[in-house]
Ligand binder design. Structure first.
Ligand code: SF4
Length: 221
């Protein structure tokens, strides 16, 4: 067997040994593998940033670090042409409705990267009156990148982890899931987690019943 590296090593299924003279023209692979190979090398992040972490993201896209080497240089200003949301910066309660709306408009299958301490858990502003303690309270996060801010190298490492996640997916798994629309939270005095609505409703109903019972007791007395 030849010791020369195969040109298409990443795409071939390893159990098939292709003769050397055919390696430039023949590939034996699975539908899942070729589908994921195309997607992992053309992830298109959405062009938006929230705070200081966004400066590191911009830096990662510039000449020195150049994440176009990973097929990710096409940052799209439209969510409909993006499949990766890099949440780069502090997530304020005022911004959450807009972020969720943009996520809902993105092309599927789509991914979310929480870049930095703020996007992952509130960071130095956690418990601040205006700050959300992590975007994962609202969106399904695929990769968390620690740091305040994470370096460009850390962002690139996180994006490579995302590529590995894409590699493990199957077409069946992706398309058997309905495209979930996240309810857009309503900005109020204190924005609520939409996943907690059922619990909040049950609690509110219980309190109302207790107050009604107490009022009835007072009227009888
Ligand atoms: S994690 Fe640090 S650098 Fe990033 S947005 Fe928050 S405060 Fe800024």
């Amino acid at each position: 067997m030849s010791t020369k590296p195969k040109k298409d090593e990443g795409l071939n299924s390893p159990q098939y040994d292709i003769p050397e003279e055919l390696q430039n023209t023949v590939t034996i692979t699975t539908l899942d593998k070729i589908y994921n190979w195309g997607r992992r090398n053309s992830l298109w992040p959405m062009m938006f940033g929230l705070a200081c972490c966004a400066i590191e993201m911009i830096c990662t896209a510039a000449a020195r670090f150049d994440f176009s080497r990973f097929g990710m240089e096409v940052m799209r200003p439209s969510p409909r042409q993006s499949d990766v949301m890099v949440v780069a910066g502090t997530v304020t309660k005022k911004m959450v409705p807009q972020i969720v709306r943009l996520y809902n408009q993105m092309a599927s299958p789509k991914y979310v990267v929480a870049m930095g301490a703020c996007a992952s858990g509130g960071g130095p502003f956690k418990e601040g009156y205006n700050v959300v303690s992590g975007i994962d309270k609202y969106l399904p996060v695929d990769v968390y990148i620690p740091g305040c801010p994470p370096t460009p190298q850390a962002l690139i490492y996180g994006l490579m982890k995302l590529q590995q996640k894409v590699d493990r997916q199957t077409i069946k798994e992706i398309y058997s899931r309905p495209d979930e629309m996240i309810p857009v939270p309503v900005l109020g005095p204190d924005i609520m987690d939409p996943r907690e609505y059922d619990r909040i409703r049950a609690y509110t109903r219980q309190k109302a019943e207790q107050e009604a019972a107490a009022a009835a007791d007072t009227a009888q007395a």
